[in-house]
Design a protein. Structure first.
Length: 106
């Protein structure tokens, strides 16, 4: 049952994200990329998208982050840290989505 609730929350985050690229600041882009590179290093899996974050729709980026978070299972401290940073990246992106929504709803 708990897994269903977690999936629902993740799906809500994905659906809230816009179908257009987000206007992320340089610091936010750098943070997201650093988190993804940390996931690559710790888990030995591809995590950084082939295209720049500035051209990817927010929904695509959110789906990617949540997909990684759902599927990666940490086995050591480095992997737990990388997964924790990935959760921080999801929160940052959700905040950017909320700001985008407020700025574009009028």
């Amino acid at each position: 049952m708990a897994e269903g609730v977690a999936n629902f929350a993740a799906e809500r985050l994905i659906r809230r994200a816009p179908d257009h690229p987000l206007a992320l600041g340089a610091d936010d882009q750098a943070y997201l990329l650093a988190c993804l590179r940390e996931v690559e290093r710790a888990f030995g899996t591809a995590a950084v998208p082939d295209l720049p974050l500035t051209v990817l729709p927010g929904r695509t980026v959110m789906r990617h982050l949540i997909g990684l978070h759902r599927t990666l299972k940490p086995r050591d401290g480095d992997q737990r840290t990388a997964l924790g940073r990935l959760a921080g990246a999801i929160v940052l992106l959700d905040t950017a989505c909320a700001l985008d929504h407020e700025l574009n709803r009028g």
